[in-house]
Write a protein that binds this ligand. Structure first.
Ligand code: ROI
Length: 173
């Protein structure tokens, strides 16, 4: 049993997907990366290139900018999730924003090491990660051999998705 505020003993690799389609998306991702690096017991160790991607879901919204960050963290999943939600709120994302609507910043935990869990509204690995080009391409850029628990190797999953419309940007972190 680990006492206290959600920090475990061991550092674990984690991947977080970033997405934005409002209020200067590139700047939103850059600011969120700085804020993630400032979370307790967490360091951003690698960042993928940034990609412009057509909206999945309702089409009457701007294109997204997406990326994936590789972290090392000692936080347990719920503590990392609340840290990411706090960053989303601090950047001005309303807590009650429509689920498939445009957003200032979206930070989703894709995976934490080899964990597989579902608890209090959080499923790890993220159920969409294995089928979304805008997650798999940047994840493959930084971790092609990573085994997404229960789904398969990232580079094998990437080979099965449609990459049409995904455009790598020159700007990055
Ligand atoms: N579409 C794209 N391309 N990228 C996203 O990050 C993204 N996020 C969302 C929905 C609305 C599902 N569509 C998206 O939340």
């Amino acid at each position: 049993m680990i006492a206290g505020g959600g920090a475990g003993r061991r550092w674990q690799p984690a991947y977080v997907a970033l997405g934005s389609n409002l209020a200067d998306p590139v700047a939103q991702l850059q600011a969120a990366l700085r804020a993630m690096n400032a979370l307790a017991d967490t360091r951003v160790v690698t960042v993928s290139p940034f990609y412009r991607s057509p909206p999945m879901g309702p089409q009457d919204q701007p294109a997204y900018v997406n990326a994936v960050a590789g972290l090392l963290t000692r936080l347990m999943a719920p503590a990392l999730l609340s840290g990411l939600k706090a960053i989303e709120r601090a950047r001005g994302r309303p807590a009650d924003a429509p689920r498939w609507g445009p957003r200032i910043i979206d930070l989703d935990i894709i995976a934490i090491g080899r964990q597989q869990l579902t608890q209090s509204g959080l499923t790890i690995p993220h159920p969409g990660a294995a089928v979304r080009a805008f997650v798999l391409q940047p994840l493959a850029d930084i971790a092609p051999a990573f085994e997404l628990p229960g789904a398969g190797r990232v580079e094998a999953l990437l080979a099965k998705v449609d990459l049409a419309g995904l455009q790598r940007l020159e700007t990055a972190a």
